[in-house]
Design a protein around this ligand. Structure first.
Ligand code: GLN
Length: 229
């Protein structure tokens, strides 16, 4: 049996996240998102059979480390600490962290206004580390699921949320409209890449596929599909 993206051999197990919209999420049992589409295109170009394994972000690094999955594509920001422990593909998305507060909040206009404030973000994320580095905050609360942080912000149980720009955008447009607002500049520039254990034998082919998808217009088409022009 020959199907697209299946070149024979043992399928690689690819960890994705169940709630990191619009990059990777599971809805009615279906895995969707920009990164799910991008991975499918990469696998087809690289001729890699695969199996998608959805989980939470907190579980993903552990699953890559333990070998439960061979790699993860889930908005994984490339940073020094992770590079010490893992390998990354070439980055495929440039973005950053942003600050969100209630629409009627008049005190918080930038990250310099967070003294004495309670900040929410996702456990194990680069935002959690970033927020922890801001001097004078009252508390940094880590949530396994970012949706719960957004809900607590809407209900005024948090003063602010710090998280990945595109996920915040998605939330603002779909659920948070009118109740929350983005303030200040992009806090930290970040780029996303596929994460694997060091010396993963597929990385070369994956990087080749990422480059080819950039050249043949596939990346652009997926970008427009998920983020608009
Ligand atoms: N980009 C952030 C990180 O790498 C968040 C990713 C995510 O929530 N999936 O930690």
């Amino acid at each position: 049996l020959l199907i697209a993206g299946c070149g024979g051999g043992k399928p690689v197990k690819v960890g994705i996240e169940s709630n990191f919209r619009p990059f990777t999420y599971t809805e009615n049992g279906e895995n969707k998102g920009f990164e799910v589409d991008l991975w499918k295109a990469i696998a087809q170009k690289a001729n890699l059979p695969y199996e998608l394994v959805p989980m939470t972000q907190g579980e993903l690094s552990k699953a890559v480390k333990s070998g439960q999955v061979d790699m993860a594509i889930a908005g994984m920001t490339v940073n020094k600490a992770r590079k010490d422990n893992f390998a990354f593909s070439d980055p495929y998305f440039q973005t950053g962290l942003v600050l969100l507060t209630a629409s009627d909040n008049e005190d918080i206009k930038s990250k310099d206004d967070l003294t004495g404030k309670v900040i929410g973000t996702k456990n194990g994320s680069t935002s959690y580390i970033y927020a922890g580095g801001i001097q004078g905050t009252k508390e940094v609360r880590g949530y396994p699921d970012i949706s719960d942080a957004y809900t607590d912000l809407k209900n005024k149980k948090l003063d602010a949320v710090i998280f990945d720009e595109r996920n915040v955008h998605h939330f603002l447009q779909n659920v948070g409209e009118g109740k929350v607002k983005m303030v200040g500049d992009v806090l930290n520039k970040e780029s996303y890449a596929i994460v694997t254990k060091k010396q993963n034998k597929h990385l070369g082919r994956i990087n080749g596929a990422i480059e080819a998808l950039g050249k043949d217009g596939t990346y652009e088409a997926l970008y427009v599909k998920w983020f608009g022009s």
